[in-house]
Design a protein around this ligand. Structure first.
Ligand SMILES: [Zn+2]
Length: 345
């Protein structure tokens, strides 16, 4: 197994975010990425610098207007609003507004950024592009014949829509990996085990029957992203039946989690994909500071065992996991299982 991280991701510091009524340092710290890198190095897994993702691949997942906003807004704001260090909307096109894109970049911020957990800084684009490049290259390694590869993505991607950033996410790394895999495989599955629903990935593939999406997450009635991720969201049009949400009661531990995982795995076997993308959030762990489930370290080992037993070429795409002192050992357990499984051939 090899791992991929871009130097453009290193040191990226998000602007402060709102948390429990206060503006605080983002929980998505640069130290998270360093913790992932430390694990990979300790395990003597080769760490590769990826080439920059192909523009055509990026545009096959993301809206050109949104990409232009991400690249151009930080260039425009020093002239229009001197002293501005980050862009966080103060208004969004909510339920009673038409979804019309304003010309002013502050209005566009509300149009293109879905919540206050995705403020834009002058460094965001480079880091997000680096993260997407890591996912694309890891997918390429697997397409070239490696059984598994690990993309150390940060910023994460699974809350990012084709045309909207949200929840620390700007470019949807898992969707990019899946889209690339679709160039070689008729059917691609994405399983999202982050504690938060993978709403961006769901939205991108919602009307498609060639990419099956399954998400295990904490009940959105009680947890972020709140408005989406329910069991009755099953896909639309030709995608009906190819979207599987398995919301879990807040506080659920290993038994409920593994039972839901088995349901997802059964459906993945039925779908018979040629390629699997795992949106590898570690924030369902019982120690996580943003999580609301109680999966143990042993539970994560079992999750990895059951996914590896699918014996489908797999790219692991890092998503959440916020307790820096704990994410390392959880990741080590997961990677060890996949590394051992890949050696068995
Ligand atoms: Zn998460």
């Amino acid at each position: 197994m090899r791992a991929v991280v871009s130097s453009f991701q290193r040191g990226y510091k998000s602007a402060p975010v709102f948390f429990r009524g206060k503006l605080v340092e983002s929980q998505d710290t640069p130290e998270r990425l360093e913790a992932f890198i430390a694990v990979v190095r300790e395990m003597n897994i080769d760490l590769i610098e990826p080439p920059v993702i192909a523009d055509a691949l990026l545009k096959s997942v993301h809206d050109p207007g949104y990409l232009e906003f991400l690249t151009q807004a930080p260039r425009r704001w020093p002239d229009m609003m001197p002293g501005l260090t980050c862009l966080m909307p103060n208004i969004y096109p909510t339920r009673h507004f038409p979804a019309r894109r304003p010309r002013h970049f502050l209005g566009q911020a509300g149009y293109y950024l879905g919540d206050t957990a995705s403020p834009l800084t002058a460094q965001t684009w480079a880091a997000a592009l680096g993260s997407a490049s890591s996912a694309a290259y890891a997918a390429n390694l697997v397409l070239a014949g490696e059984p598994v590869a690990y993309a150390l993505c940060r910023p994460s991607g699974h809350h990012a829509h084709a045309d909207m950033g949200q929840g620390f996410c700007f470019l949807n790394n898992a969707a990019i990996a899946a889209t690339l895999a679709r160039t070689r495989h008729a059917r691609v599955a994405v399983i999202d085990i982050d504690v938060h629903h993978g709403n961006g990935t769901q939205h991108i593939f919602y009307d498609r029957d060639d990419v099956f999406f399954a998400s295990l997450h904490s009940d959105p009635d009680m947890t972020y992203p709140f408005f989406i991720g329910h069991a009755d969201e099953i896909g639309a049009g030709s995608g009906e039946g190819f979207n599987l949400n398995l919301p879990l009661e807040v506080g659920s531990g290993d038994p409920a989690y593994l039972a839901a995982l088995d349901i997802a795995i059964d459906r993945i076997r039925w779908f018979d994909p040629g390629f699997l993308v795992v949106s590898l959030g570690l924030d369902a762990h019982e120690s996580d500071l943003l999580g609301s489930l109680n999966v143990t370290s042993e539970g994560f080992v079992e999750v990895a065992r059951r996914l590896a037993a699918l014996r489908v070429p797999t790219v692991l795409v890092q998503e959440g996991g916020y307790t820096v002192s704990e994410v390392g050992h959880v990741l080590r357990s997961v990677l060890s299982v996949f590394a051992a499984a890949s050696k068995q051939g």
